[in-house]
Design a protein around this ligand. Structure first.
Ligand SMILES: C[S@@+](CC[C@H](N)C(=O)[O-])C[C@H]1O[C@@H](n2cnc3c(N)ncnc32)[C@H](O)[C@@H]1O
Length: 202
């Protein structure tokens, strides 16, 4: 959604990811957000939703060697050292129960870089992506402890403002982040929500 002009293979972060051995250029988006917002501070259990091919899991593992990481994707993912991988749909209750068992109901961080299979129909693609972002926030409510954080990619299109308002009512603080590695032409933005309001009406 929003490709740079020219040959994307010549692009700075694409080249840097290749040199560094990251599986996806998007690894730099998480690296920048994690550094700037101290994302891994105090984290013991992290969940990487929509993780394949595994760039974000690589970054989480690289920054914090000691944490438990559970990664989930529809597509297969080549192993990342000490990352438990579940292949399945994050909207499927059976898969959610598996994540819940592995996190023992006490995840500290959920990161989510979900994109649906792009159809080329902008409205439909945005609606499907928004559904994945909403699912991520629901999982945040269900799986995170009281100080837990969720980082979710979302496209700024139809329904975005409502999503933002809902996030603000369900979490204590919400920030929007556009990391340098995210293309200026892309509609994507990252929402960082902290502290699910579990026992309050929302
Ligand atoms: C942009 S890629 C993620 C890249 C990843 N963060 C990385 O650094 O390697 C988006 C991923 O979302 C996954 N995805 C889309 N819908 C999903 C769903 N319902 N459940 C699980 N994964 C899904 C796709 O299979 C795809 O691998």
């Amino acid at each position: 959604m929003g490709r740079p002009k020219g040959n994307p293979r010549k692009e700075h972060y694409y080249q840097a990811a290749k040199r560094h051995g990251y599986r996806a250029r998007s690894a730099y988006k998480l690296r920048q957000i994690a550094t700037r917002h101290k994302l891994l501070k105090g984290v013991r259990i992290a969940v990487d939703l929509c993780s394949s091919p595994g760039g974000w899991s690589q970054v989480l593992r690289e920054i914090e060697q000691g944490i438990e990481i559970i990664a989930v994707d529809l597509n297969p993912m080549a192993p990342v050292e000490n990352v438990k991988f579940i292949q399945g749909d994050i909207t499927d209750e059976k898969i959610i129960v598996q994540i819940e068992e592995l996190t023992r109901g006490a995840a500290d961080l959920i990161v989510s870089d979900c994109s649906p299979k792009v159809t080329g129909n902008w409205e439909l693609d945005v609606a499907r992506q928004l559904f994945l972002a909403e699912t991520t926030l629901d999982l945040g409510h269900r799986l995170l402890g009281p100080k837990g954080r969720v980082l979710a990619k979302v496209f700024q299109g139809s329904g975005f403002q409502e999503f933002l308002m809902q996030s603000r009512s369900r979490f204590r603080t919400v920030k929007l982040i556009k990391p340098d590695a995210s293309r200026k032409t892309s509609a994507e933005i990252y929402l960082l929500a902290t502290g699910p309001r579990k026992n309050e009406a929302n």
